[in-house]
Design a protein around this ligand. Structure first.
Ligand code: ARG
Length: 288
């Protein structure tokens, strides 16, 4: 085999550095679609739980093989969406901003997250306003991007800014299919090593003003096509080098490769029946 010519000046020449992460996950032991709180959910169609469990097992194994630490939340039979741990909190520098869910169907998940976070000795702050954790908060080392429009109240953005002392930039979501920020935007590199955060997003999910704000803050961001966004391609988990994403998002994976990232495709199609992908199943615990 011949070695392909590599441009030393193009983005592919960029050195990407992975850093080890700590993730909180919850096995989909009781996963189901019993109610509809987003347009992807159809309670009339039974889910294949065995398939969901196999897909989730594989996702956890991918993280472990990459050297990341995975902690587990105990699944509860009455909480079919509990697999989506990203929604339970946003944790930055050992401080946890615990969620208050929009829909009563998920309210009981709050206590499980609070207990877990407190048990880890984190500085835990229950929320005064509705917010769904990393579902609507995307953390970089210099600022936090925050979604609103469907789930998280705008007031929670200010609460997060007061709590973390990091600028929180509000972004309005306008398409109900992309009801959480993490369905439309992902942090590829939070900048903790490179000093420069890198993101990818699907512009059509955002208001015109939010698109302009993203353009100003991240002029070099990866803009992802709707076809990739519709298979939850942006519901991805990056560690600075590796990007775990739904394997159906082939266009996005090619863009990532061209930028020097290492995309790892996983199948989360059964979990997508509840409106989730890899990131929804993954909450990052950022230590002090
Ligand atoms: N069925 C869940 C809900 O609508 C899915 C949550 C997906 N999580 C996420 N981080 N986007 O709340």
């Amino acid at each position: 085999m011949t070695t392909p010519a590599v441009s030393l000046t193009g983005p592919a020449a960029q050195e990407r550095t992975a850093t080890p992460r700590h993730y909180l996950m919850c096995p989909p032991t009781h996963f189901d679609v019993r109610y509809a709180i987003n347009p992807w959910m159809d309670p009339g169609r039974p889910v294949d739980r065995g398939r969901a469990i196999a897909q989730w097992d594989r996702l956890r194994d991918v993280y472990t093989r990459l050297g990341h630490r995975v902690s587990l939340l105990d699944p509860r039979p009455d909480l079919p969406d509990m697999v989506f741990t990203a929604n339970g909190a946003v944790v930055v520098g050992g401080t946890a901003f615990a969620a208050r869910f929009r829909n009563p169907e998920r309210t009981a998940e709050e206590a499980a997250h609070l207990a877990w976070l407190r048990g880890r000795g984190l500085d835990v702050h229950p929320s005064g306003t509705v917010h769904e954790g990393e579902g609507d908060f995307a953390v970089t080392s210099s600022l936090i991007l925050a979604g609103t429009g469907f789930r998280t109240d705008q007031a929670a953005h200010m609460e997060a800014q007061e709590l973390f002392g990091v600028p929180v930039v509000g972004l309005r979501l306008v398409d109900p299919r992309f009801y959480h920020l993490d369905t439309a935007l992902t942090v590829l590199d939070d900048g903790r090593v490179s000093g420069r955060a890198d993101i990818a997003y699907f512009p059509g999910a955002f208001s015109g003003a939010a698109q302009r704000v993203l353009g100003l803050l991240f002029p070099d961001a990866v803009r992802v096509a709707e076809a990739d966004a519709l298979v939850f391609g942006l519901n991805a988990v990056g560690d600075g080098r590796n990007v775990v994403l739904p394997r159906q998002a082939t266009g996005f994976a090619a863009l990532l490769r061209a930028r020097g990232y290492h995309p790892i495709g996983v199948d989360t199609s059964e979990l997508a029946r509840a409106g989730g992908g890899p990131k929804c199943c993954t909450q990052e615990i950022r230590a002090a």
